[in-house]
Design a protein around this ligand. Structure first.
Ligand code: CAA
Ligand code: NAD
Length: 284
């Protein structure tokens, strides 16, 4: 099946990045969000990043305008009726995601593949609310999407080989590197990354060191490009907490318990860079 038209649902940091990369790779794209302001912000961010690439002479002015011409903002899920692939990137919450998939199943054409950019939630459970579980798959991009090469491709219990192959081909067409993983809590990326971030939060919570010093240890000692607390702020503390909860519940192992400080910050609305405050403060 040839994928030509794509809808990305959720115009937050991940959805906007995925839409940008798809448009730059020649696909026609709807960027959808239920929140008009978020949609506007997502579209503006894409334009800003493309302009920066032109300024750095990485792409030409005509590459930029061609990509922008392929991108259409959307607030109606019914726009999915003309799409071959839908990539969902809404908040990391099973109830919200299953509602989106059950609605999409009624709208998207029969041949369309429904993919989720979930960081940790079971693809099998998301697929079960549709009448096409063999065409549901995980397509887990990394943040920031235009920069990071990896896409974890997650097979649900019923995902067909045909669907897997179409998504693997699509990932290669986006100049990304696909890695196949099975449907297990946190897949590979977040099963390994998130406990490290959670442990870094515990070291602050227990007064072992300040956030700055924890980050310096991991940057200078382990050559990580960002310290774990800067990275947590960058990912979004709400997303980090959701992922830890999925690991904790999914494995039933106390080693995945989310740090109380992480819970406290999320309850306070300190969600990291996107809200202006997390372990650090940011200009809005
Ligand atoms: N969006 C798009 N592009 C961005 C960007 C952003 N938010 N931030 C930086 N870039 C681009 C810059 O434009 C620059 O591009 P060029 O090379 O074309 O000029 C390039 O990235 C390097 O940027 P900088 O020189 O400004 O900064 P840097 O060298 O410090 O790199 C970084 C920035 C790439 C983000 C780097 O700090 C990094 O790799 N950090 C770790 C990111 C990471 O671990 N991501 C995975 C998160 S976990 C995840 O995504 C899974 C999940 O489910 C939670
Ligand atoms: P975000 O909070 O930046 O954006 C989420 C967007 O979804 C918001 O704009 C919101 O208005 C929109 N939205 C919510 N419900 C919707 C609905 N029913 N229909 C349409 N739009 C809706 O979140 P994000 O960081 O972009 O994360 C999105 C997804 O990507 C999550 O599943 C997350 O786990 C995953 N993810 C995040 C990262 C990361 O580093 N942040 C990395 C990989 C995967």
């Amino acid at each position: 099946m040839a994928i030509k038209k794509v809808m990305v649902i959720g115009a937050g940091q991940m959805g906007a990045g995925i839409a940008q990369v798809c448009a730059q790779s020649g696909f026609d794209v709807f960027l959808n969000d239920m929140n008009e302001q978020a949609l506007e912000k997502g579209m503006k961010n894409i334009e800003k990043l493309l302009t920066r690439s032109v300024d750095k002479e990485k792409i030409t002015e005509s590459d930029k305008s061609e990509a922008l011409n392929r991108l259409q903002p959307s607030t109606e899920l019914t726009d999915a009726e003309s799409c071959d692939l839908v990539i969902e990137a809404v908040v990391e919450n099973m109830e919200v995601k299953t509602k989106v998939f059950s609605d999409l199943d009624k709208i998207a054409p029969k041949h369309a593949i429904l993919a989720s950019n979930t960081s940790s939630l079971p693809i099998t459970e998301i697929a079960a609310v549709t009448n096409r579980p063999e065409q549901v798959i995980g397509m887990h991009f990394m943040n920031p999407v235009p920069v990071m090469k990896l896409v974890e491709i997650i097979r649900g219990l019923q995902t067909s080989d045909e669907t897997y192959q179409a998504i693997e081909e699509m990932t290669n067409n986006l100049s990304k590197a696909p890695v196949e993983v099975n449907d297990f809590p946190g897949f590979v990326a977040n099963r390994v990354l998130m406990p490290m971030i959670n442990e870094a939060i515990y070291t602050v919570y227990e007064g072992v060191a300040s956030p700055e010093d924890v980050d310096t240890v991991m940057k200078l000692g382990m050559n990580h490009p960002m310290g774990p607390l800067t990275l947590a702020d960058f990912i979004g503390l709400d997303t980090c907490l959701y992922i830890m909860e999925v690991l904790y519940e999914g494995f039933g192992d106390s080693k995945y318990r989310p740090c109380p400080l992480l819970r406290k910050y999320v309850k306070a609305g300190w969600l990291g860079k996107k809200s202006g405050r997390g372990f650090y403060q940011y200009e809005k």
